[in-house]
Design a protein around this ligand. Structure first.
Ligand SMILES: Nc1nc2c(ncn2[C@@H]2O[C@H](COP(=O)(O)OP(=O)(O)OP(=O)(O)O)[C@@H](O)[C@H]2O)c(=O)[nH]1
Ligand SMILES: [Mg+2]
Ligand SMILES: [Zn+2]
Length: 350
C-alpha cells in the first residue's frame, strides 16, 4: 500500500494531523496505527486499521492503570505492535486525544472518571420527544459535551409519535443557546438530513442519552442497516438496557458514529470551566457584570444575576441547574486534587 493510499484510509477513519505527528515519533519497526471500535472483557480490543478490522490485546500496563483516563477507550487511536510469537497484535500506546467525553461514574464519596468516547467532533445528546423533557438532565449532558472539546447537539427523537415537536424544540433552543437542535424520527427517517453537517466524511459523532431514547434506532437508520440491536418493543422504563457495549461504526456518509449504552444520569467531571464557557455562557456573562468580582450572587448589592432573576431575563430553573452542576463539578475537582495529593505523598513514602 502506498503512503498516500494508507493515509487516505486512515483519514477515512478520522485520522487527524495531531495523530500523525505523534505517530511519527514512534519506533517505526513493526508498529501501525488503528482506531478502537470496541472493547471486550479480558483486554480484547477491536481495532480498525488501514488494512481492515483486527482483534488486538491491550498491553498489560493498561490493566493496571489507576486513572481510567489513561486506558484505551472507544474512538482512541492506538499504536499496535506485531507479536513476534504469532499471537494477536498488542495495543501499546494511545495517541493524543483531540477530544474525549468523560462522565463521573463514581458516587458522592469517590470521583471516578469514565471516558466514553475519544476523538469526537460532535456529541449528540439524544432525547425522546415521548418522554417529559427534563431541562436539568439535558443540561448535565450538555455541560459534559462542552467539556469534551466536541460540539454538542440536541437530537429529539420519535418525532413521528408526538404532535408537540415544535414546542419542545423551542424549549430546547431556548436552553441551549447557539447549538443545533434537531428533531427527527429514527423510525421513518424524517428530519435526518438536519444532521448532515455533523456526518461529513471522516467526522466522528457519539450518541449519548438515557436508555430507550432511540440511539441505536437512529444509528441503524444512519447506517442503512440493522447493525446494532435496538429494543423491539417499547420498554416499561425499568432499566433494561438494550445496548450493552459502546461501538464505533462507519456510516455510508463517510462519518463515524459511536453508539453507547443508555445512561440514567451522568455525573459531572471537571466540567467547571466548560460550564462558563459552553453550557452557561449566559450566566457567565451576567456574573461578569456584577459589581464585585467575587460576588456570590446572593445578597450582594449590584448583583447582575439577582437582577436578571428579578426581571425574568434568567429563569430560576436555569440558575438552579447551573448552581447544582457547578457545585458538583467543584466537588469533583476538590476530590480529585485530594486523591492526587494522597497518591503523591504515598509515592514519597514508598
Ligand atoms: N416510533 C418511533 N420509535 C422509536 C424511534 N426511535 C426509537 N424508537 C423505539 O424506541 C425503543 C428504544 O429504542 P432504542 O434505539 O433501542 O433506544 P436506545 O437509546 O438505543 O436504548 P439503550 O440501548 O437501552 O440505551 C425501541 O422500541 C425503538 O423501536 C422513533 O424515532 N420513532
Ligand atoms: Mg441502544
Ligand atoms: Zn452577582
Amino acid at each position: 500500500m502506498t503512503d498516500e493510499r494508507w493515509l487516505q484510509a486512515l483519514r477515512q477513519l478520522g485520522w487527524a494531523p495531531l495523530h500523525h505527528e505523534a505517530f511519527a515519533t514512534c519506533d517505526a519497526e513493526a508498529v501501525w496505527p488503528g482506531r478502537v471500535s470496541r472493547i471486550d472483557r479480558g483486554g480484547w480490543l477491536t481495532v480498525e486499521t488501514a488494512q481492515g478490522s483486527r482483534r488486538a490485546r491491550q498491553h498489560a500496563r493498561f490493566r493496571r492503570v489507576v486513572d481510567a483516563l489513561a486506558a484505551p477507550t472507544v474512538g482512541d487511536w492506538v499504536v499496535l505492535r506485531h507479536d513476534p510469537g504469532g499471537g494477536p497484535p498488542v495495543a501499546e500506546t494511545i495517541l493524543p486525544r483531540r477530544s474525549v467525553f468523560v462522565r463521573n461514574a463514581g458516587d458522592d464519596d469517590r470521583a471516578q472518571p469514565q471516558p466514553l468516547a475519544a476523538n469526537i467532533d460532535s456529541v449528540l445528546v439524544v432525547v425522546a420527544l415521548t418522554s417529559q423533557y427534563h431541562t436539568r438532565a439535558v443540561d448535565r449532558f450538555l455541560a459534559l459535551a462542552w467539556a469534551s472539546g466536541a460540539e454538542p447537539v440536541i437530537v429529539l427523537t420519535k418525532a413521528d409519535l408526538v404532535d408537540e415537536v415544535e414546542q419542545v424544540r423551542a424549549i430546547a433552543r431556548a436552553q441551549a443557546g447557539e447549538i443545533d437542535v434537531v428533531a427527527l424520527s429514527g423510525r421513518t427517517g424524517a428530519g435526518l438530513e438536519e444532521l448532515g453537517r455533523h456526518l461529513q466524511p471522516g467526522r466522528t459523532v457519539v450518541l449519548v442519552g438515557q436508555s430507550g431514547a432511540g440511539k441505536s434506532t437512529l444509528a441503524n437508520r444512519l447506517a442503512g442497516e440493522n447493525i446494532l440491536a435496538a429494543a423491539e418493543v417499547r420498554k416499561d422504563g425499568r432499566g433494561r438496557h438494550t445496548t450493552t457495549h459502546r461501538q464505533l461504526l462507519r456510516l455510508p456518509s463517510g462519518a463515524l458514529l459511536i453508539d453507547t449504552p443508555g445512561l440514567r444520569s451522568v455525573g459531572m467531571w471537571e466540567a467547571a470551566g466548560s460550564l462558563d464557557e459552553g453550557a452557561f455562557t449566559d450566566v457567565d456573562q451576567l456574573a461578569a457584570r456584577c459589581r464585585f468580582s467575587d460576588c456570590a450572587h446572593e445578597h450582594e448589592p449590584g448583583c447582575a444575576v439577582q437582577d436578571a432573576l428579578a426581571s425574568g431575563a434568567l429563569t430560576r430553573a436555569r440558575w438552579e441547574s447551573y448552581r447544582t452542576l457547578r457545585a458538583e463539578a467543584d466537588q469533583v475537582a476538590r476530590a480529585r486534587s485530594q486523591t492526587e495529593r494522597a497518591r503523591r505523598s504515598g509515592r514519597r513514602r514508598s
